[in-house]
Structure formats: C-alpha cells, structure tokens
Unconditional design. Structure first.
Length: 474
C-alpha cells in the first residue's frame, strides 16, 4: 500500500463511457443536423472526437495513482494540471465497494470513500481495482482493525451477527413493492417522447386497429400488460436487493446487496440519525414492514435512496429481534403512542379530498360519462385521510422520541433528542381556535441536507410538552 499504484486498465473503458455519455446529446444532435447533406463530414469529425476521447481516457488512467502513506490515502491525478488529494484515515466516514456486471467479469470492484464533507460526489472514487485489493484497501483505511475471512465473492465479518434475506421474502418484496405504477408512468412518458418519431400512417393504422378490437380482447390485453409490469417490478426488486445481507461490526453496519451490480455499503452507527419502520398499504394487511435509517452525510453519486434500507422486508413481529441484534439502542415500546385528537379528523379528510373535489368537478362537468371516476377517487381520498388521522401520533420517553405518520405508507420513526437539529411549532388561526398545532422536526439527512418530519393537528398541549422537552425549558 505504500507504493504508488494505478487503477486496473479497465478504468480506461469506464472513463471512455463517462466521456461518451456526457457528449452523447451533442453527437445525436449533430447526426440529426448533418445526416442528409454532410453525413461524410459528420462521420469524419465524430471519428476524430472518438479518438480524442479514447486518448483522454488512456491519459487519465495513466496519470491517476494512489497510495497509503502516513495514515493518509494520497491520490494524484490530472493530465495537464497535476492535482494531489490527501484523505486522513480518521476523517473517513465510510468505504463502499460496488461491482457492476463488467467489474464482476474481470473480478474488479469500485471503491468509494466518503468523508463528512462529501455531498455532490464521493471524496475519492477508485473506478476499477482488483476485488481482493479493494477489500484490503477498505480494511487498511478503517480506523479500527477487524478480523475477516478471505472469501472470493463477498467480505464477511467473523463472529458478528448477520441476517440474509431469503428468496421467498425477496419475491414477496418484489410482488408488493408497488413499483408497477412507477414503471407504467415511465413507459407512458417514454412512449410520449417516441411518438413523434413514429410515421403518421403507422400510428393511424395502429389506432384504427385498436378501436376495431372487441372489448373482451382489450380487457385481456390490459390484464396481460399489468401482469407483465408486475413481473417487471418483481425482477427489478430481486436484481436490486438480491443476496441482501446485513452484518453488524463493532461500530458499523455492513450491507451487501445486488445480483447484477453488487454493492457493499458501510453505515457507521454514529451517523444514523433516526431509524424507521415503513408499512405500505399493500404490505400492512399482510403484516410485513421495511426497516430504514436516516443517515447523515453521503454523496449524491452513490445511487442510493434518500433513506438507507436496513432490511427490505420482514414480519412486523420480527422487528424487535432485529433491533435487539443490530440496533439495541432503538429497542423499546413503540405501541402506546399518543393519538391525534378526534377533532383533528375533519382537517385530514378535507386536506386529502380537496384536490380530488376540484379536479373531479372539472371532469364531471366536461366529461359526464366519466363522472364515476372522480367519485371513486373521492372515496379513496377520504379513506386515505381517515388513515392519516388514525395512524398519526407520538411517544416520548426520556431522551427518545417516537413519531408515527402516513403519506401513503405508514411510517414509524425513532430518534433521540441529541439527533434533532430543530423543533418548530406552527399554528394558524383555525388551529388555534381548536387548540391544535403542527409539529415539525428536522434532522441531518443524506448529502448533509435536512430531513423533516411533520405531524399536523396535534393537541396544542402535546406540542408545547415536546417543545419544552426539546429546549430543556422548565
């Protein structure tokens, strides 16, 4: 580790793909502009640009070196302007290993190193190193040395508690993920963008063919499409969370996941600001939940969600055992929450149904034959408002605060006084007359940005009680 090293030559390919991706829009625009009259000159210019890109990628790889010296990771890079970056060991917050499809073919990995100042990108990113070297680098940079087994496919801490998702649970997670709506929306957006490139006579003939079909055939076609999207959602979840394993080391959680792109993510326990239990509308009746954490810091280029998933799916009655094993400080009573007052229900019902009423009135006026659609949406919105009121509440015990709220999914969040950055009480005139108030809590989230939790129409006395608890007022 004390000698200067270069990345694996595969980094040339990754550099080239990155530069090509950044220039793709200009190349496509140039092709559309010159495809008729000056196609030969466009090909000639594009070939020259490709050669320059390849040369730049090779030089970037050759000029990029790294080494560990004097308790620091020292990186030198830059073709024309030489840059040096020194990262002290005790400033490193996390070291993540990611192996995409190409990485895994050549037994490589990508090493991402983050410090407290990482936001728009990782503090250092080694795009391609040998897997064994990446694991050795990770071990060397960790401030506390830990024993480990020498495994070819994944790095596992010895004698530390570990939990791995089963295939049955993974399939269930994909089946109940609710991603079908997202996929359908993306497909609709993609079709709307591609529609302009479809010749008019093909488009018109397809529409006429669809109109001429029988109702039964159209219904079967829609059902088949929905099943396809559902299977696509299952496949996406299984690829993302395949082989999901969480292991607790002394001061960190180590998560491995992914079938095609294998990720190894380190979450230091001291960076966890809050822990949550999420129950989606689909999973709640089945008794399954998702465990997540709000982690301070992190970078935008990690490709992670804004909340870190600690376990994709488990039975609600298994949560206590999970906390006892991996996060014992968050174990405790979360059932006896103080509920929202009954007089607050009308606010939730009105807030949830008002947009539907406004939009539905327009649909009912201009499209009377579809008046049943806003009626169904109104019933659904009223039920959602009822659930949001029913599920809202809090429980405060010593330095720990548990809150529960619902957007579409029901979320129970556990946090400690020392993690809360700000407390805000809001009260407009109508709330004041009803002796209600809105509470807003802020903690540090991903990329150093604030993460906010809001519970509306609480008892005013409860918000004052929590304000006193937060500010140490007597």
């Amino acid at each position: 580790m004390f000698n200067q090293k270069r990345l694996h030559p595969a980094a040339i390919f990754f550099n080239f793909i990155k530069v090509l991706r950044e220039s793709l829009f200009a190349l496509v625009l140039g092709f559309i502009t010159f495809k008729d009259d000056s196609l030969f000159y466009f090909i000639l210019i594009a070939s020259g640009i490709f050669i320059l890109m390849l040369t730049f990628s090779i030089l970037s790889w050759y000029r990029y070196t790294y080494r560990i010296e004097d308790e620091e990771l020292r990186i030198e890079y830059g073709i024309f302007i030489r840059k040096k970056r020194y990262i002290s060991k005790n400033r490193i917050q996390s070291i993540d290993l990611t192996s995409g499809v190409i990485h895994r073919i050549f037994k490589l990995t990508k090493v991402q190193i983050e410090t407290a100042g990482s936001s728009n990108g990782a503090e250092a990113s080694l795009k391609a190193v040998k897997r064994t070297e990446g694991e050795a680098l990770r071990q060397e940079l960790k401030t506390a040395s830990t024993r480990h087994t020498d495994v070819h496919d994944e790095y596992i801490e010895v004698a530390n508690p570990s939990l791995r998702i089963t295939f049955k649970r993974l399939f269930l997670a994909g089946s109940t993920s609710g991603s079908i709506g997202v996929i359908f929306a993306l497909m609709a957006f993609g079709f709307s963008e591609l529609e302009q490139f479809i010749p008019d006579h093909y488009y018109d003939s397809t529409v006429e063919w669809a109109i001429g079909l029988s109702i039964i055939f159209i219904v079967v076609l829609v059902i088949v499409l929905l099943i396809f999207l559902w299977l696509l959602g299952i496949a996406g979840t299984m690829i993302k969370y395949g082989n999901f394993t969480i292991t607790k080391n002394e001061n960190e959680l180590f998560i491995t996941r992914g079938l095609l792109e294998k990720k190894q993510v380190t979450i230091p326990l001291k960076r966890i600001q809050a822990v949550g239990i999420q129950e989606s509308i689909i999973r709640q009746p089945l008794g399954y939940v998702t465990i997540f954490a709000e982690v301070a810091g992190g970078s935008i280029d990690k490709g992670e969600d804004f909340s870190s998933i600690l376990f994709p799916i488990m039975k609600a009655n298994e949560v206590d055992d999970f906390f006892n094993t991996f996060l014992p400080e968050n174990t405790g009573e979360i059932q006896n929450l103080a509920p929202l007052p009954k007089r607050a229900r009308k606010f939730y019902l009105l807030r949830s149904s008002l947009p539907v009423i406004i939009i539905g009135a327009g649909i009912g006026y201009f499209f009377t034959q579809f008046v049943w659609v806003p009626i169904l949406l109104l019933i659904g919105s009223l039920y959602l408002g009822f659930l949001r009121h029913k599920d809202g509440g809090f429980y405060q015990n010593d330095q720990r605060l548990t809150i529960r709220y619902r957007t579409f999914s029901k979320n129970t969040v556990i946090m400690y006084h020392k993690r809360i950055q700000a407390f805000e009480k809001k009260q407009y005139l109508l709330q004041a007359k009803q002796k209600l108030a809105t509470m807003r809590l802020s903690i540090i989230g991903k990329m150093g940005m604030g993460k906010h939790f809001i519970i509306k129409e609480m008892n005013e006395s409860h918000t004052d009680q929590l304000a006193d608890w937060y500010s140490y007022r007597k």
